[in-house]
Structures are given as structure tokens and as C-alpha cells.
Design a binder for this molecule. Sequence first.
Ligand code: HEM
Length: 470
Amino acid sequence: RTPPPLDPANVQGDILVGLPKKTQTYVFFQIDDNVSAFRTQLSKLVPLITSTSQVLNDHAQILANKQAAAEKGRKPTLLTLAGINIAFSHTGLVKMGITDEIGDSAFDEGQLADAQDLGDKGTPTSTGFVPDWIPAFKNPVHGVILISGDCHATVQATLIKVEQIFNVGAHNATLHEVLRLVGDVRPGAENGHEHFGFLDGISQPAVKDFDTKPNPGQETKPVTRPAWALDGSFLALRYLFQLVPEFNTFLKKNPLPLPGLTPEQGSELLGARLVGRWKSGAPIDITPLKDNPALGADPLQNNNFRYAFPDDPQTQDRCPFAAHTRKTNPRADLEDLPPPTGPVPTESRRIIRRGIQFGPEVTPLEASLGQTKLGRGLIFAAYQSNIVNGFQFIQHSWANTAGFPIQKPVTPGFDPIIGQAADPTSRTLTGTNPNNQSASLSLPIEWVVPKGGEYFFAPSISTLRDTFAF
Ligand code: HEM
């Protein structure tokens, strides 16, 4: 049966377009024992949930505001923008008494049970594997409320409204907070760039019935879901720390020795070849030797490549097989896979990445020591129609698997950004040096360290109102 078309007024706003992103607070909570009171109060939250249509209206308002100011030769007035979304884990649904089979085993089991398979480090105990996560994620988290806005004051005011709905802090509270994560976009020219310095959030799948004019390089993603799950999405959330000074030191010590490049340029090229894009976002598959910021900023060009230039996906001339963007969306490596396997479609593996940076900029002391002293990284949040096929598969079977992409002339190695190995000092990859593509580069440590996370389901607004609340 073909599901009805997506209804933007019914889909929560973070999924298809993204809530305002200057600052975002993720409030992780447990539902208290008075579950029916919680569900009654949830109905009061529903009118505050930001839909996709509302986010689109906000975008139109921002644009109109900018244009009006430009016509008058003035600075645009500041708009107050806030957004609220909510998602529940499997333990949260069970706590509410919602036990329908939703068709995703990763979601059902939860991320804690998945940590070892994802490659997270930890300790085996008699009762099972305990990952090196922060305590909040080692206990049940029933749900997460995402509040976002143009500034901290807006988020704070919105948070107070939400807390009042659930009597948070009072004797008759129906939920309590177990963790709060605050993310902020990076300052100035680093806005939109993750902490290693690379522009993020460029390549996103186009979604059927929603993106009617996909940009070149986007594909359509068929959506099939069970009845009340319609217009909802699964959310894989990961609390990822990044060892930025250590990453930068590695690049500095290992410049690619290409003729005509200074050591600084050689280090910059190595960084681009580990990620698959230059810091500006320009893909190395289009511009392999030199950054091109105009290309990086142009949505009509910056995703229009397939790792098959001019028609050969079997070389690492332009991009290493294991580069982060190639591992996580291999394009022609699978879609044009030669015999014996033959072409493999990649649509079901695509994820929509939201999330935001957390933590301060690198301090001069950290930079000079080459050592992280303050926690920083990415609150990784990816939406998909199936976690087993999406996030879990990408992390486990692609990023952490040295032999992927398959059927290559040399073993690709680990995704140097997010790949996790049993021994974190044992990771290697080939192809970083375009002039010696079978040479293997050893990576001294894992620069991205997961400290927790959970799998959630972000229901549609009508499901929240008619099925979850009463
Ligand atoms: C793309 C960084 C974690 C999956 C990118 C890009 C950057 C980046 C700079 C290129 C910009 C873009 O295409 O939007 C990072 C960093 C991470 C991280 C620093 C950790 C701190 C992850 C994780 C996954 C993932 C955990 C999934 C398991 C992807 C995907 C793309 C991407 C699917 C798009 C590839 C494409 O379509 O070309 N990431 N990422 N990333 N990343 Fe990550």
C-alpha cells in the first residue's frame, strides 16, 4: 500500500527542515509514575510543538524581514524564534503503555544495548557490556524535548513554559529531567562548521512528497511506516566528543608530500582527504587539489558528484575510499558496483542529519599543547525511517568496517573521523596520498569519542495529540 503524501503541518519541524539553530537545548527526561497525568499534560504541549509548516513560515518571515531592511538600507530587526519538538525512546513508549510493534529492532532494544556493536569502548561485566558513557545514558531515558531558538534567553523562556506544563520541580511533577545538553553554533565565520573546522549539514537526502525540486546529487527516499507512525521519524542521537587539538596536531605532523605544496597546504589537503570535503564544504571529488569556497557555498554544485570521475569509481585519485563522506554515502561505489555483486541502491541508507556543536572554541593553551582540556563536540542527531538500515548500518557496517566499500583494488580502511576499532590505536586507511594509493596511513587515536546516546521516535503531531496524549 502506498502511504498518503507527507503532511508538513503534521510532521515535527526538526525532521524535514530543522528548527532554528543558533542555540539548542536537549532536555532528556524520565516520565514519573503518574503516567496518565503525564499523558494528559502532554496534550497541553501539543499546540506548542513546532511543525514543518511553521518552520517554513519562519524562514519566509526571516527572508521578508531581511529584504525589507535592505530596501530601507537598515539592519534587519531581530526576530524572536523558538521551536519545540519531542521524541520518545522505546522505554518511554512502554512506560506510557504504548507497546505496538513499530518495526525497528535497534529502537526496541535501545542504544545502550547497541553500544558494543557500534564500537564504543567500555568494560565487559558479568551482566553485560558497560560502555564508557556518562551516567545519564546508562540509565533509561524515556524521551527528549528539543528546544531551540535565536538566543539563550528565548530558549530559557520556552523551557520554563514546557516545565510548567509538566509541573517540573513540584511534588506533582509528571516528568523529571535526567540530563540537559546545550548546543551552540560556533562563532563568526565558523558558523555552520563542526569543531574540526569543516562546514557540515550540506548533503541531505531529498524526501519524497516534500523536496519536489531536489538539488543535483540528492535522491528520493521512499517512506513506508506502520499506521500511527505515519509522518513520524526515528531519531538516532549521539553525544560525540571531538579531540580537536589532537586532530590538528596529527594533520600538522603528516602533511601530504605533493610537489608544489607547502607543509601547511599538505596538512590542509590531508584534512580534506580524511573528510571528503574542504573546510569550505567544497567536495574534493570535484576540486581535488585546491579549496574552492564559492563551490562549497553553492547548493547547485556542492553535492553534484558521485566518486566516479570521469567514469571510474575504482581509484582514489580524487577521494580516498575511506574518506568520511564517501564511507557514509558511497554513491557510485555501490550504485555502479561492478560484477560479481553488481549495482546496489543506497536510498534506504540515507539519513537526515541535524544536531549542533557543543563546548567552547579551542583555547590557545590547548592548541599549543595539542591536548584537549575542555569538552567539545557534536550533539549528533540523525532522522531516518529505519535505524537498523540507517545510522546503525552506516556506523557498524561501513565506518567501522575496513573492507568497505567492497571490491576495491586495495583495502579502504576505517572512516578516519568516526570509524571505531577494537583497539583505538590500530586504525589505518589507504589512499590519503593520491600518488601512492596503496600506502596505508596509521591513525594514532580515535578523535571522536562517543559518551552516550539513545534511539528515539519523533511522532507526528496528530499522533502525539490523538494516540500519545489523552
Ligand atoms: C557528512 C563531520 C559524525 C554521517 C559530514 C561532513 C562533515 C562531517 C564535515 C560533510 C558535510 C556534509 O556533507 O554535510 C562529522 C563529524 C562527526 C560526524 C565531525 C563526529 C563528530 C557522523 C556520524 C555519522 C555521519 C556518527 C553516521 C554514522 C554522515 C553522512 C554525511 C556526513 C551520512 C553525508 C555524506 C554525503 O551524503 O555525502 N560529516 N560527522 N557523520 N556525515 Fe558526518
